[in-house]
Design a protein around this ligand. Structure first.
Ligand code: ADP
Ligand code: TRP
Length: 332
């Protein structure tokens, strides 16, 4: 029996290189080795109150981009989270034994208290129980996500184990973050600090759908400094970030070439950035073209989402039936 894999991305806009290298690239590789469920986490996105007229478009972006990156709906189950109401039901059960103290300690909740202090709703507080429901509903053991999600997976194990103990069962297995490379990936942004993220601003993100002109413009504006002043000096964060991006999209000898120039204090950031932009364009182009093509094919997208929802519900209904029996619900 193949192990089960679950992962999802919130539909809050277009996918960027961080989403690709931290998550979607692994989805594509895993689909042939595992029993995979990849979904669009539209329920999670409600914590930020998206405009109703925008929500479907955001969901469509992620669906199209999953497919454009090479997720094959014949091999994998691709679905929209809100099409599987069993997830919301399991979320309710898990919330009954998730404690306020542990939810308040989650790093992402603490971040949100700071970043959206005018909207600290219960959905934000219980974000980790909804994520646990996503994973446990299919009894997954592997979850391809970036480094920032590790704490949520730890909480998923806590909630699953607690349910198992409470009802004296082994219904839910433990799940762990998964990445084909040894370390979980963190893709830096172009703003000189931290990871690439939608929330760190448009200019810091390269989206999979970005045109060559946009990529050239963003990379040319990336933060740098006055250049190295001594041979072999360590690179400051902003420069190291650009090298890390180059490592992801460029051939190894290109990166070695610029690294050597940096170490000899001969690097010209203009040339370095031009090369980085061109290699990003080479990487992005086939995906961007596929995005443009698939975006127009509404009937195919509808068929994929419908088929995915059916398959996901079949698995989810089995788990919910078992959970209901364990909890003690009986029909008259
Ligand atoms: P964002 O930070 O832009 O809002 P999300 O939080 O929606 O992105 O992330 C969706 C997925 O992409 C998660 O699995 C997350 O771990 C991964 N991810 C996001 N940004 C990065 C990054 N810069 N490096 C590696 N993985 C990332
Ligand atoms: N929390 C994840 C993120 O912000 C998205 C997500 C929701 C998810 N449910 C999940 C990821 C279940 C993996 C498995 O990126």
């Amino acid at each position: 029996m193949k192990e089960t894999v679950v992962s999802g991305i919130r539909p809050t806009g277009k996918l960027h290189l961080g989403n690709y290298f931290g998550a979607v690239k692994n989805f594509v590789k895993m689909q042939y080795d595992y029993n995979c469920y990849f979904f669009i986490a539209d329920l999670h996105s409600l914590t930020t109150h998206p405009t109703p007229g925008d929500l479907h478009g955001y969901v469509k972006h992620v669906l199209v981009e999953y497919l454009a990156c090479g997720i094959n709906p014949e091999e994998t189950t691709i679905y929209v989270q809100s099409d599987v109401p069993e997830v919301a039901e399991l979320y309710l059960y898990l919330n009954m034994n998730a404690y306020l103290g542990e939810l308040e300690r989650s790093a992402s909740f603490k971040d949100k208290i700071r970043s959206q202090s005018d909207n600290v709703n219960a959905g934000l507080l219980t974000y980790p129980t909804l994520m646990a429901a996503d994973i446990l509903i299919h009894k997954a053991t592997k979850v391809p996500v970036g480094k920032d999600q590790e704490q949520h997976l730890e909480m998923t194990r806590t909630f699953g184990n607690r349910f198992n103990r409470l009802y004296n069962t082994d219904l839910f297995p433990e799940s762990f973050a998964f990445n084909y490379s040894e370390n979980l990936v963190k893709v830096p942004g172009l703003d000189g600090k931290g990871k690439m993220s939608k929330s760190s601003g448009e200019g810091s993100c390269i989206y999979l759908a970005d045109s060559p002109e946009v990529i050239r413009k963003k990379v040319s504006r990336a933060v740098t400094d006055g250049g190295p002043t001594a041979e072999n000096q360590p690179k400051p964060e902003a420069i190291q970030n650009l090298f890390d991006l180059m490592k992801i999209v460029s051939p190894a000898d290109t990166m070695a070439h610029f690294d050597a120039l940096y170490n000899k204090c001969e690097i010209r950031y203009g040339d370095f950035k031009k090369q980085l932009a061109e290699d990003m364009i080479i990487f992005n182009s086939p995906i961007r073209e596929k995005i443009e093509e698939l975006s127009k094919d509404t009937s195919y997208l509808r068929q994929v989402a419908k088929h995915g929802a059916l398959k996901a519900r079949e698995s989810a209904q089995k788990t919910i039936k078992e959970a209901r029996e364990l909890i003690g619900f009986k029909s008259f």
